[in-house]
Design a protein around this ligand. Structure first.
Ligand code: SF4
Length: 321
C-alpha cells in the first residue's frame, strides 16, 4: 500500500477507499459514473420450469427486487428508456449505462434469442455494456464463445447466483446445483476472458457464523472480478417464509450491528483484487417478514461500513494471504 505526500493511503485497487468499490472500478475504466439499468426480458429458470424443479429457490421472489418499470411485456428498449428516467433524479450525472439482465436466468434460452435481446440493449444510446445475471447451470461453450466475441465490443460481465459455498445449504435452499457446479461455471467463464461475478447470501439457515466467515477464503480462490453480498432477508410469499414461521429458531438473522462487525471481518479476509459491488439487499419493506434494519439505504450502509473500517484502521484483504 502506498502513502502519498498528503498522507493519504492508496490501497492496492488504486484509490483511498478501504474496499475495492464497484463505483470506483467503473470510474477508473470510463472516467465517470456508470449506471446500471435493470431489465426483465421474460426469462424463466430451470428451477421453476420443471427442468430442475418447480418450486424455485426457497428465498426467491423476483418481485422483491425488480424495479417497477421492469415488466417482461415491455421491450428491452422501452425498459432501458424508462430505467434511465427512473434513475435520473438520483444520479443525474450518469451518461453511460449498463443494461442489467437481472430477473430470473438470463442465459436460459437458445442463443438466437439471447443475441436479439442483448444486441437490442446495446443499440440504445449510452449503453456501454451488459451485465447478465444467471445460474451456473445455464451456460455452455456456444454461449460463452458468443459472449467472448461480444465482450470485445463492449463491457460484459456474467454474474452467477452462487449464494453459498456449502452444498448442505444449497440443498436446503433448493438451488438445484452444487457448489462444484458453480466453481466450474466461474472457472470456465473466466477462462474465456469474460468478467465473472457472483452473488452470495450471508446468514442462510444451517450455517454457523464461522462457516459464513470462512467463505471469504473460499471465494478468494475463485477467478472472480466482482462480488455482491446480501444479508438474508425473509421475503413474503416464499417457501422460506413458511419455514421461518414454522420454526423461527432455525434462523439467525443478522441484527445490523452484528452484520457490520461480520462484514468487516469478511472484508479483511477477502482477496484485494475482487471488486465488491454491494453488501446488502434492498428489498422494499412491504416484501419483508420479521425485523429489518430500519430505514437504512444501501448507500448509507456503505458509509457506515467505511466509517467502521476507518475507525478500526483496517481494509479489504488486510488478513488475506
Ligand atoms: S433465485 Fe434465481 S435460480 Fe432460484 S428460483 Fe429464483 S430465479 Fe430461479
Amino acid at each position: 500500500m502506498a502513502v502519498n505526500n498528503k498522507e493519504t493511503r492508496v490501497f492496492p485497487w488504486g484509490h483511498d477507499r478501504r474496499f475495492n468499490a464497484y463505483s470506483n472500478y467503473f470510474r477508473n475504466i470510463y472516467g465517470a459514473r456508470v449506471q446500471k439499468v435493470s431489465i426483465d426480458a421474460g426469462f424463466t429458470c430451470p428451477n421453476r420450469d420443471g427442468t430442475k424443479g418447480t418450486g424455485g429457490c426457497t428465498y426467491c421472489n423476483n418481485d422483491a427486487f425488480n424495479p417497477s418499470y421492469c415488466l417482461p411485456g415491455k421491450s428491452v428498449t422501452r425498459q432501458i428508456e424508462e430505467g434511465i428516467s427512473f434513475h435520473r433524479w438520483r444520479y443525474s450525472e450518469a451518461r453511460s449505462y449498463l443494461a442489467y439482465f437481472q430477473a430470473y436466468s438470463n442465459t436460459y434460452a437458445p442463443l438466437e434469442r439471447l443475441r436479439i435481446l442483448y444486441e437490442e440493449a446495446l443499440q440504445y444510446p449510452g449503453v456501454i455494456g451488459l451485465i447478465i445475471g444467471t445460474r451456473p447451470d445455464c451456460i455452455d461453450e456456444e454461449k460463452l464463445t458468443y459472449l467472448k466475441e461480444l465482450s470485445k465490443k463492449c463491457y460484459l460481465a456474467v454474474e452467477y447466483g452462487i449464494e453459498s459455498c456449502y452444498n448442505k445449504t444449497l440443498r436446503r435452499i433448493n438451488r438445484g446445483h452444487t457448489f462444484e457446479d458453480a466453481v466450474a461455471a466461474v472457472e470456465k467463464t473466466a477462462a474465456y476472458g469474460i468478467n465473472t461475478g457472483a452473488h452470495f447470501i450471508l446468514g442462510l439457515p444451517g450455517e454457523t457464523r464461522e462457516e459464513m466467515l470462512n467463505q471469504a477464503d473460499i471465494i478468494s480462490k475463485l477467478p472472480l472480478k466482482t462480488v455482491k453480498f446480501h444479508q438474508l432477508q425473509i421475503v413474503k410469499g416464499t417457501g422460506m417464509e413458511k419455514e421461518f414461521h414454522k420454526n423461527p429458531a432455525d434462523f439467525e438473522l443478522f441484527p445490523w450491528e452484528e452484520y457490520l462487525g461480520f462484514i468487516i471481518s469478511f472484508l479483511e479476509r477477502l482477496k484485494p483484487s475482487i471488486v465488491v459491488e454491494r453488501f446488502t439487499g434492498e428489498a422494499p419493506p412491504r416484501f419483508l417478514t420479521g425485523t429489518g434494519w430500519g430505514k437504512k439505504r444501501a448507500d448509507q450502509i456503505v458509509n457506515l461500513i467505511e466509517k467502521r473500517l476507518e475507525e478500526l484502521d483496517t481494509w479489504q484483504g488486510k488478513l488475506y494471504s
